[in-house]
Design a protein. Structure first.
Length: 357
């Protein structure tokens, strides 16, 4: 399950090929093949020093929750984190934020990139100063990072496709996409399209390139519904920014029908925020993929601490129900669990969206 709490820092000591593994395995269930290959990194922090944490935006409940988790998880992992910096959805500002943090002498950076390509400039700045970086939620196209902490976004699009395909046998469905400058937006969009084409050819996909912008989503969805009042399903790639405008748009047009009643539009989302869970309970939407805000913060802190100590990792299963994979770029990514949530499991207390107060 996402966000499963693992003990103190020594619980994360990675398995080696020596007999140390045998004595540690019961306590660790040890990060499998995420082995520490020793102090071969170029980290300048030696495991100590301030860590800068840079957010992409704070207008989404998802990122607000992540922001709340950061200081808690930093304390748990023994990381001295600075107050978070919000880049306000501006990739250029994010590079400036990285530079400002470096000028303050941080020894590590945890960054949630806005633009998978543009972030390279900031990563290069950090590399020149010997400061390790962990990317959270979005993988960079290029540049040096110690680890990407992220869920499998291809699976997000596929899970949404399968849910809609099983509940909408034919007709028009809308995909409200994220920013295609982000690998998240690309992965979710391409996976959804490919799945529909391969498995549910009777569905016709209409697309809204909303760039993670709520106003854009509302405006374009309204226009689309005017021309296509027979839409039967909607896939929102980010409930944090698209849920409220989508429901309001449907309500204004008399199309917000409760699940199980005539005229209900089947809606699947991504994020796993409390507001989505409430909408599932009310029958306003049908499902969401729970993106683990708590685990993003936890393992972002864990990996930056390890990177500052000069540790490196290898592909393979971890001790926290995830798998580290090597991306085509050569970057390593820890793909954390992200379960589908429906009316059947929406009240599961292990879901982070049910722990937010």
């Amino acid at each position: 399950m996402p966000g499963r709490t693992v003990g103190k820092r020594n619980r994360f000591r990675l398995v080696g090929v020596l007999a140390v593994a045998a004595s540690a395995s019961l306590a660790l269930a040890a990060c499998g093949s995420t082995k520490d290959t020793g102090g071969t990194g170029s980290a300048s922090g030696g495991g100590t020093g301030k860590v800068g944490v840079i957010l992409p935006l704070l207008t989404s409940p998802f990122w607000q929750s992540y922001n709340d988790y950061v200081p808690k998880m930093a304390k748990t992992e023994g990381v001295d984190a600075l107050k978070t910096v919000n880049s306000n959805s501006d990739p250029s500002q994010q590079i400036t934020d990285i530079n400002n943090q470096l000028n303050q002498g941080v020894k590590g950076l945890v960054v949630a990139p806005l633009d998978s390509a543009a972030i390279e400039a900031g990563l290069d700045q950090a590399d020149r100063k010997g400061v390790p970086v962990v990317a959270v939620d979005v993988a960079p196209d290029k540049g040096k990072v110690a680890m990407v902490v992220r869920a499998d976004n291809v699976a997000y699009g596929t899970k949404a496709c399968d849910y809609l395909g099983k509940h909408v046998t034919s007709g028009k469905v809308v995909q409200i996409m994220g920013d295609l400058a982000s690998v998240n937006g690309r992965d979710r969009s391409e996976a959804f399209r490919a799945c529909v084409k391969q498995k549910y050819p009777k569905l016709k996909v209409l697309e809204i390139p909303a760039k993670w912008e709520s106003d854009t989503a509302a405006s374009q969805l309204g226009t689309l519904l005017n021309a296509n009042p027979d839409i039967k399903g909607i896939y929102m790639q980010a409930g944090g920014v698209y849920l409220a405008p989508t429901l309001q748009t449907l309500k204004s047009k008399g199309l917000l029908k409760k699940a199980g009643t005539a005229g209900h539009i089947t809606i699947v989302s991504n994020d796993g925020i409390p507001q989505e869970f409430d909408a599932i309970r009310k029958g306003e939407i049908d499902a969401t993929v729970s993106q683990p805000a708590d685990a993003y913060a936890k393992y972002g802190m864990y990996y930056i601490k390890a990177a500052m100590e000069g540790k490196t990792f290898k592909p393979g299963p971890t001790d926290h129900d995830s798998t580290i994979v090597k991306l085509p770029s050569g970057i390593l990514e820890d793909q954390l669990p992200a379960p589908l949530v429906t009316k059947d499991n929406v009240d599961d207390p292990k879901l982070w969206g049910n722990t937010v107060k």
